[in-house]
Design a protein around this ligand. Structure first.
Ligand SMILES: Cc1ncc(COP(=O)(O)O)c(CNNC(=O)CNC(=O)c2ccccc2[N+](=O)[O-])c1O
Length: 389
């Protein structure tokens, strides 16, 4: 089935929808049984989407989990209250005290904070690797390495990783290693994780899957090897999500590919314009050669989206504030992937990434290009640069 048809049909089994096109919101804690036999059947099959108790899920949960699983190409998908919950539960499913985790240095900062503040307190060793290391990661794998975590492109600086190369080397070094990829940027539409060797694919469905800045949701989808452990360890953590947010994400899925295409087109126009500006030092957009790992984007991805960054040649903190404060269409906010345009400035990345190979001495501006008219967005940025000079 072609992707566009899969997007229309994913998760719409009559078992969950009773024929209703967009699965209804089933809210539940208690599920009651008419007989001991029926209750025993639910107990026996509670891990296979048999209605058991709210924490295991409702028909709304199962419709969305199956839809994301279909799109990602996995064996099973677990649903979490946000992307960070999906990341932390996926990692905790595969490490114990005394194990070692290899974490990409370009990871979303709150994921780094989880490593530093939580995992290390549990006696889990964490070391960070260069996102561009590729198969060279072989030299960093220890006998106690149990998880290799990737995020490609990386947060803010957008380095694209050699995902199949890292998966090949990690699995060859130790079949016990679980490779987890935060695939939020590409979504399953523009990067198929399991075709490239990943064991667990994480999505912050808060972003493009929800697509309207009104959902807090996450998913982790796993292959045959990893699914039973991910499912049961996540359940033991009490992870579950609101059917109201899930219903909005089910609606978001249906337009995911066409929204991504429009965001991508708008972003390419803005990026091309920025490339010619004297204020811009480096363009961190995967589709441009200036982006570290650009060759892997061309090789492995089938498309992009509206999120990219650029570094400024120079600016004072005051000038940067005026650049940001005067924007009409680009609002500041801690997320991305909705229909609106956003701008964020990161001036202190050098502190958390002292070993970064990309230049972080000047501020990095991250843009999320929304669905506004792209000429309005370019006008906004042009006026911003005038305030900068
Ligand atoms: C790739 C990726 N993966 C997971 C998550 C977390 O999802 P959640 O927000 O649903 O928990 C995200 C969330 N992204 N949020 C942002 O990029 C905006 N947040 C920030 O900029 C932020 C917030 C707090 C601290 C540091 C940062 N930061 O990105 O540097 C993500 O980008």
């Amino acid at each position: 089935m072609k992707d566009k048809t899969k997007i229309v049909n994913a998760g719409r089994s009559k078992k969950w929808t009773q024929g209703i096109v967009n699965p209804p919101v089933y809210r539940a804690s208690t599920v009651v049984f008419d007989s001991v036999a029926q209750m025993n059947k639910a107990i026996k099959s509670r891990q296979q989407q048999e209605l058991f108790y709210g924490r295991r899920g409702t028909p709304t949960t199962f419709a969305f989990a199956n839809a994301m699983n279909d799109l990602e190409g996995g064996v099973g998908c677990y649903v979490y209250p946000c992307g960070t919950a999906a990341i932390t539960a996926a990692i905790l499913a595969f490490v114990k005290s005394g194990d070692h985790l290899l974490m990409v240095d370009s990871v979303y900062e709150p994921t780094r904070d989880f490593c530093e503040q939580t995992l290390k307190s549990f006696g889990i060793e964490v070391s960070y690797y260069d996102p561009l290391i590729g198969k060279g990661i072989k030299d960093l794998i220890q006998q106690n390495t149990k998880v290799v975590f990737l995020e490609s492109p990386g947060s803010i600086t957008m380095e694209i990783q050699d995902v199949p190369g890292i998966c090949e080397v990690a699995h060859a070094a130790n079949s016990d290693i679980t490779v987890i990829l935060d695939n939020t940027w590409a979504s399953p539409i523009h990067f198929q994780p399991f075709d490239h060797g990943v064991d667990v694919s994480v999505q912050a469905a808060t972003k493009y899957v929800g697509g309207h800045s009104d959902v807090m949701l996450g998913t982790a989808t796993a292959n045959e090897k990893s699914w039973p452990v991910l499912r049961e360890k996540s359940y033991l953590l009490g992870q579950c999500a609101s059917p109201d947010d899930i219903t909005l994400a089910l609606r978001g899925i249906r337009t995911l590919d066409i929204r991504l295409k429009q965001h991508e087109q708008n972003a390419l126009k803005v990026a091309k314009w920025l490339q010619g500006r004297k204020e811009v030092d480096t363009l961190f957009h995967p589709a441009f050669e200036s982006c570290p790992g650009h060759e892997f984007f061309k090789r492995d991805f089938v498309g992009g989206n509206g999120l990219f960054s650029f570094s400024l040649k120079q600016s004072s903190p005051q000038a940067l504030t005026e650049f940001l404060d005067g924007m009409t269409h680009f609002k500041m906010g801690f997320s991305w992937g909705g229909f609106e345009s956003l701008v964020m400035a990161y001036s202190t990345m050098k502190n958390s990434r002292p070993n970064a190979t990309v230049a972080l001495d000047s501020p990095v501006i991250r843009l999320h290009i929304g669905l506004e008219d792209v000429d309005d967005l370019i006008d906004d940025l042009e006026r911003g640069f005038e305030r900068l000079n």
